[in-house]
Ligand binder design. Sequence first.
Ligand code: PXP
Length: 237
Amino acid sequence: MRLAVNVDHIATLRNARKEQEPDPVTAAHLAELAGAAGIVCHLREDRRHIQDRDLRLLRQTVKTKLDLEMAATEEMLRIAIQTKPDLVTLVPERREELTTEGGLDVKAKRAALKPFIAELCRNGVPTSLFIEADEESVKIAADLGATHIELHTGLYSRLRKPDDIERELARLREAATLGRKLGLTVVAGHGLNYINIVPFASLSDVIEEVSIGHAIIARAALVGIERAVRDMIQLLK
Ligand code: PXP
């Protein structure tokens, strides 16, 4: 299973002080040096983390694969066509949410999504749909012309009881298997961390890639503290 790293929260930290650092573009470069197979960023309507400048520079500097998460709006369509990421992942977006809360309601949004995906395709940009792991959503995603689906692992990531975890893994496996049968590239993400990724990796025969942000940026902050403090103490000597 390949790892794509979401760098949004490096930008969250930078924006908290309205400074230039830490820079998500530098973080993306280091993630690639460490072996990430792709870089993900979410340009939100309110620009709460990733900014237009970040996306421009990421497009110029990412050497693996740039996945732009965005809402299906006219503004984002224009930006995606200009920027030409390697993949657009369409996600639902609500202003008041802390992070993407659920999969896209592909059934309700079918009529709007079809021409949107076609327009991206005409401009050479493949589309992934962030969906719940159910049969109907997978079938609709294939019918809408998406090349990829990203299965929502938010529920999986919150489960604690072994039986519940097994059941959810089986549900994800079934949806991924169907997606592959329909010719889709199947990836997954949301809430995956250093603990729940271990059982999740048993799906590596049906899920090609995971997209992980928060857990990696959180660990980076902690494992980097000792070195950062020592470096500062050295300068004080
Ligand atoms: N995939 C999608 C579609 C997302 O919206 C997010 C959150 O930005 C992620 C994956 C990564 O989730 P997390 O930050 O919990 O790893």
